[in-house]
Design a protein around this ligand. Structure first.
Ligand code: TPP
Ligand code: MG
Length: 345
């Protein structure tokens, strides 16, 4: 029997929309604003290059680009310290770069070369760097949520003040294991910030088609976990909300949920032509809310940076990315004897 819908599903929050509850947006200051610009641009250019290299057949397997979402990870990274942990799903190159992992090692992993973070045997979704506090890189949707909660459990058990930043998408937020994790995290007051990157789609399914409650900041309500919506296209808003949430965790008050309202400009993965949305929808976000363009315009308007200084940053970033691509193209593939190493039997 068909069930009649009593009321239409609420409209999903748009990227760049004014969130209902928000921490005050604070000026980052000159140095941090320039740093944020550099780091977001590094992710953007790296991902564009990865897209090109995929097109040239140099990258095989899956490859999910983070273009459009850069302000989320860069803003959050500004709120943490050494010892804190970051974990995410398969849209992970931006998180690795923001954690300070070497672009050469990340790109070489994408091309399956021995200088890659997983010796060329893991690919896009399977890279780790404990030294940089990055715990993956997980291809199973939502699987990182209990693991990120476990990292927070370890922090609590060891009585340190480290915090786990656990990222996942709007689609993953509908999974059962997320709510088991929420329950334990609040029950044991674990220091974990759950960062829901709401980019409005899970593969080709929009949030409004898949979610009964599209305000993801409320998803912890029945566990008494506080949450807020954040303009995930504005690095200042991300940093302000992130700093509050991280402090909440460090103070021993338990988990916190941040719903980042963001958008991915590219398809779900390199093989997705994204026919489920219009060009206009993408263009509108790009032209009105682009996270990098916002900072660039602000730097110039405030005279914190000149056109020449911005050009110099752009050239530096292009060189880093070109060097990474060069390395990833010419480094050797793993020796066939490596087929049986690093395998759990
Ligand atoms: C357990 C599981 N189910 C399904 C898939 C296939 N799958 C890969 S990504 C994805 C969509 C997830 O969307 P979302 O959580 O919104 O993250 P986004 O891709 O938008 O970053 C699905 C269903 C999977 N990898 N794992
Ligand atoms: Mg999504």
């Amino acid at each position: 029997m068909a069930v009649a819908r009593k009321k239409p599903a609420p409209a999903a929050a748009e990227p760049g929309a004014e969130p209902e509850s928000k921490a005050p947006i604070l000026d980052l200051g000159k140095e941090s604003e320039i740093k944020a610009y550099r780091e977001m641009l590094l992710i953007r250019r790296f991902e564009e290059k990865a897209g090109q290299m995929y097109g040239m057949g140099l990258i095989g397997g899956f490859c999910h680009l983070y273009i459009g979402q850069e302000a989320v990870v860069v803003g959050m990274q500004m709120t943490i310290k050494d010892g804190d942990q970051v974990i995410t799903g398969y849209r992970d190159h931006g998180h690795m770069l923001a954690c300070g992992m070497d672009p050469k090692g990340v790109m070489a992993e994408l091309t399956g070369r021995r200088g890659g973070y997983s010796k060329g045997k893991g690919g896009s979704m399977h890279m780790f760097s404990v030294a940089k506090g990055f715990y993956g890189g997980h291809g199973i949707v939502g699987a990182q949520v209990p693991i990120g909660t476990g990292l927070a459990f370890a922090n609590r058990y060891r009585k340190n003040d480290n915090v786990s930043l656990t990222y996942f998408g709007d689609g993953a937020a509908n999974q059962g294991q997320v709510y088991e994790s929420f329950n334990m995290a609040e029950l044991w007051k674990l220091p974990v910030v759950y960062i829901i990157e709401n980019n409005r789609y899970a593969m080709g399914t929009s949030v409004t088609r898949a979610s009964a409650q599209t305000d993801f900041s409320k998803r912890g309500a029945s566990f008494s976990i506080p949450g807020e919506q954040v303009d995930g296209m504005d690095v200042r808003a991300v940093k302000a909300a992130g700093a509050k949430a991280v402090q909440w965790c460090r103070d021993g008050k338990g988990p916190y949920i941040l719903e980042m309202m963001t958008y991915r400009y590219r398809g779900h993965s390199m093989s997705d032509p994204a026919k489920y949305r219009t060009r206009e929808e993408v263009e509108k976000v790009r032209t009105e809310h682009d996270p990098i363009e916002q900072v660039r315009a602000r730097l110039l308007a405030s005279k914190r940076a000149t056109e020449d200084e911005i050009k110099k940053i752009d050239a530096d970033i292009r060189k880093i990315v070109n060097d990474a691509a060069e390395f990833a193209t010419h480094d050797q593939e793993p020796d066939p004897s490596e087929l049986w190493t690093n395998v759990v039997r």
